[in-house]
Structure formats: C-alpha cells, structure tokens
Design a protein around this ligand. Sequence first.
Ligand code: ADP
Length: 458
Amino acid sequence: MSAAPPIRDEFNWELPAEAITVRVRWFGLCMGYVLVNLVGPGTHQPELNAILTLGAVYAIVDTYYSLKGRVFLNRAPLIISLMEAVFIGLLCHFDSGLESPFRFYYFLSLLVCAIRYAPMMTFSTFVLHAVSYSTLAVMGSADPATSWRTVALMVVLMGWVAWASTALAALIKTASRRLSQLNSELEENQSLLEDRIDERTRELQESQALLVQQEKQAAFGLLAAGIAHEVGNPLAAISSLVQMMNRRDLDDYTHERMRMVDEQLRRIQRTLRELVDFSRPATNEAALCGVHEALDAALSIAKYYKRKKGKQIVTNYADDLPRVMVVRDQLVQVFLNLILNAMDATPEGGTIEIATTLNDSWLLTTLTDNGHGIGVANQSRLFRPYFTTKTTGTGLGLFVCRRIIEQSGGRIELTESSAAGTTFTVSLPLFDNSVADSDVAQQALRVQSVANESLPQS
Ligand code: ADP
C-alpha cells in the first residue's frame, strides 16, 4: 500500500485577521471622534483630537498594507500592543481618567490581539494594558481606595476578555485549519482520481488500438487469401497450358518466349504466396527462431513496397547468432514495420542499414536510415497509439511493435535521430540453452500466452 500523500497546510490566518483588525481600528477611531467632538467636548478636546489623528495616520498605513495583501509591523506584535496601550492610556488620561469610556478600547485591543496572535502575545498585551490602566490611577487625583478598586475590577475584566477571546480564537483557528486540511485532502483525492481516470483512458485507448490493428490485419488476411484463390487458380491453369505448349515441337524463339512466360507466371505465384503467408500468419506459437531468418522474411515482403525504388538496403549480420524465443510471424511484422518506416523517411538514393550483434545476454538488431529524422518534440510520442506524421499513416505500427517486443521480454528503442537519419534498436533476450526441456516448453508457453493475450492475429 502506498503512503498517503502529505497534507498541504494552506491555512493562512494572517490576512483575514488583519482585515478584521483594520475594521475594528476604524470603528474605534470614528467612535473616538464622535465621543470627543459631539457627545461631550471637554477641556482637552484638541489633545484628544491630536491623539486620535495620530491613531488615524497609523490606521491609514495599516489599511494600505492590508489592501496590498501584507501586514504592517507583523514581525513586531509587542510594539503594536505597546503603542495601543500608550494610545488608549493617553486617551483616557486626557478624557476623564479611570472612568473614561475610552477604557473599553482595552477590550477591543485584547480581542483583536487574540484573533491575530498566539495566546502568549494576548496575555503579554493584557499585562501592558493592565500597567497602562494602573498608571491612570497613579496619575489621577481621585480617592486612592476607589481608584484601586476600579483598577482591580478593570484588570479582572481585561483578564477575562483576554482568556475568553483567546479560547474563542483558538477554537476558530482549529476549525479553519481542519477545514483547510480537509480541503487539501479533497484536492489530493481529486487529483488521484483524475490520474486514475487518465490511466484507464490510456489503457482503453491502447486496447482499442490493438483491436483496430487486429481487425485490419484479419480483414487484410481474408482479402489476400481471396485474391490468391481467385488469381491463383487461373494462373495455375495458364502455367500448365504454357508448359504443355512448350513440350511441343516449336522453334527455338517460341520455346524461349514460352519459358520466359512460365518464369513470370511462377514469379506472380510466388508473390501471391508471400502475401498470403504474411497476412495470415501460420502460427502464433513462440518458438526458437533465427533473427536473420525473420529479417530476411521481412525484407522479402518489403521489396514489393512502392517506396523501395532507388533505396539501398545493406545488411550487416553477425555470424553464428543464437536463436531467440519469439512468435516468428510477429517478429517479422516488427522488422517489416521498421523497414517500411525507414523507407518512408529516406529520399531516393538513401540507404537503410540493418545490423545484428550480441551484447551480454541480449541480441541487438539496429535499423539505421539516412532519412529526414524525427523531431525532438515527436520523439516522446513515437510509441503512443495513433501517433503518425504521415497522411496515410495509422500510427499503430510502432505501438504494436513495442507490445510484441516487450511481450517477448525485449525492448525496442529509438537510439538516435537527427536530420542525418534515424536508428531504432530491437533488443531480444537470449534463450538460455542450458535449461531443461520442460523449462524450454514453459518459456515458450509464457511468451506465447502473453502474445495471445492481446496481439493482432488474423
Ligand atoms: P505510421 O507508419 O502509420 O505513421 P508508426 O507507428 O509506424 O505509424 O510510426 C509513427 C511515426 O513515427 C511515423 O508517422 C513517423 O513520423 C515516425 N517514424 C517512425 N520511423 C521513422 C523513421 N525511421 N524516420 C523518421 N520518422 C519515423
């Protein structure tokens, strides 16, 4: 079982908390202006207005940062708390001291601090506010006993607000973090699901491509057999007539011409036989097969290809190569496809070189042409079904080749491609001759069963 993907914590509390803070600040400032100028203008109205204006300047900077998606002084929360403690303390001092309505701003400040920061910071702010408020009692002229009672009550209330708002903020933060986690889990699952759908779609497309190829080859086999039958019978009749006539007492010139006609007739019959043999494979059984024999069979069919004209095929076979365990007709199909592709890519006068060699426990066959090559962007798409750059291509050739070779335990690769030409390499595993007969049979069965599973057959 694969490990669960890590959960991305995209929970970002800072900016929404800052947005709330900015609103609370502006609300406090507006209320302050109303209190100072409309509700009860006192003797210190100018000082109070100046302090509020200072606060407004700070709020403008804070709002500007918030609109830009940043938090002003976010690395110095204690300084903000200190400024707030001084700001509220001054407001209270120039207003009516301990009884000033501005003292409720301490609560707002604690609430905002709890929303924005960790509990530790809220409790530090609580201490700063308690000190700020206590200083009012020291500086005031009221009865000390009454003053300290008021301070004590206020400090208890501030502590209460600090604790309650911290608990509430922690609850909201936990819920949001959980929601955010659930959201990323959901996204992970969704992308996993999309990956699976992509994989299934690709598998479906591949089996559909194999089916298409299978049907085409079956139809081609039937057609070839039908043509061979229809053309073959009259050909056989003509051939025996020619032979009968040739046995007669004819002059040398006619004898020679009759012999030539017979030769051409045999050639047509041979071509027909090759066509039928190729399109209706004799066997689907894996067996030990010589790679050179398969290459020659592919070449004997490729010579009929219309684009063969003017192109040279050079074979460079290694001596004494061991045989490989494959379905012979399928291997011919692979080589034929590679040869036809090379012919399509080379101009007249071009060369296609086929070489075989041994490399450790692999038998390598390389097909090199000096054609136009394959563009880098197309190289990764070569073995995908339906990839073709030809107007009449199906894009199934290399895809089917890869299936056949991989099912024989081998590999097929584009080894090189440039404007100077292309090389494909087919690597087939060597058959282990030292294994017992029963193992040979088993190995053959294995290759055969995978081949039967999905490969095109007629
Ligand atoms: P098809 O021959 O029907 O196009 P293939 O799967 O056999 O299908 O080939 C896919 C594509 O790979 C071809 O259309 C061609 O663009 C490219 N290709 C294959 N072999 C060669 C080659 N030797 N040289 C250049 N391009 C090639």
